[in-house]
Ligand binder design. Structure first.
Ligand code: ADP
Ligand code: MG
Length: 293
């Protein structure tokens, strides 16, 4: 009897959150271990379906880097990186589109559906969800001191989000699963960092929350200790000191862009923890790093 009452208590503790979040949109960036390990994949799908059945509208944006490398290698093509970013030529973008928009996207859709959800997979091309332009990165040359352009190939930056397709599938109770690919001005296919896609979509949907799953506890300080809360000012200082760098940069920028658009809260959490989404959403303290304005 005691354990039964405890179970009831756990459910009742979630009531204020459920009441608060009913009908609200959560944008979730899915990637890393949570997308690879079998047990974590199942737990993620359960969390998404549970959120959906209690009236929350999840929108999922996924990555898929490691899978792209694997398939490229199988096809006898070597992934190349420029300044830590994937160089994407014509042949590579075809593989990226096949893997992200096909294989990975449909695996996530079917995973969620196997738990009773109704997911629908789309890429940024569908319904003109994402319009992008070729990303141009400038860096000062060590030799001449003047700016030089780093060519990443078919990598895009978002110029416009048209959320109509998302509103329409949400209205009918489907869970959108988005592959971060889009078309550029010349109709060329462009690959976009999934963190940016998640942030910009959260912004355009005025989502309640943006949650980014990754393979670290959250944002860490100089001494590698987790920072529970960060605001714009602190982020600026941590970036200038080089404490926030690499793959964490697009994540914090995504959170800042979302907050600018009116998203209430943004979180970077550890996807290696089973049911990390539920722990973040339904507990007072939450896990990982919360980024506020
Ligand atoms: P994902 O696949 O989830 O996008 P990334 O590898 O792109 O993951 O980004 C996460 C990485 O960012 C971490 O593994 C870590 O190496 C790096 N990173 C840079 N600065 C920090 C920081 N201050 N705190 C935590 N991770 C950081
Ligand atoms: Mg990344």
């Amino acid at each position: 009897m005691k354990t039964l009452i405890q179970k009831a208590n756990v459910l009742i503790e979630a009531l204020p959150y459920i009441r608060n979040f009913y009908g609200k949109t959560f944008v979730i960036k899915y990637g890393g271990a949570a997308m690879v390990e079998e047990k974590l994949k199942e737990a993620f799908a359960e969390d998404i379906v549970l959120l959906n059945f209690i009236g929350i509208k999840p929108v999922i944006v996924h990555g898929g880097g490691p899978k792209i490398n694997k398939i490229m290698e199988k096809m006898g093509k070597k992934p190349t990186f420029v300044q830590g970013q994937r160089f994407t030529d014509k042949e590579t973008i075809d593989i990226v589109e096949m893997v992200l928009g096909g294989l990975v996207n449909k695996q996530i859709v079917s995973l969620i559906n196997s738990h009773g959800g109704r997911a629908i997979g789309i890429s940024g091309k569908d319904g003109n969800l994402i319009k992008a332009r070729k990303k141009v990165i400038k860096k000062l040359s060590y030799e001449t001191g003047s700016p030089e352009i780093i060519d990443l190939g078919l990598v895009g930056e978002i110029s416009k989000i048209n959320p109509k397709i998302l509103l329409s599938v949400e209205r009918d109770g489907f869970i959108p699963v988005i592959a971060p690919i889009s078309s550029g001005k010349k109709n060329e296919t462009l690959n976009i960092n999934a963190d940016y896609v998640a942030g910009t979509i959260a912004n355009s949907l005025k989502a309640e929350k943006l949650i980014l799953l990754t393979d670290v506890e959250g944002i860490k300080d100089k001494k590698k200790k987790l920072i529970p809360t960060l605001d714009n000012k602190k982020i600026k200082s941590l970036i200038s000191k080089g404490v926030i760098s690499g793959g964490m940069l697009p994540k914090v920028q995504a959170c800042q862009s979302a907050l600018k658009g009116g998203v209430k809260k943004t979180h970077i959490i550890d996807g290696r923890i089973s049911h990390s989404l539920l722990l973040e959403i339904f507990t007072e303290k939450g896990i990982g790093t919360e980024i506020v304005k």
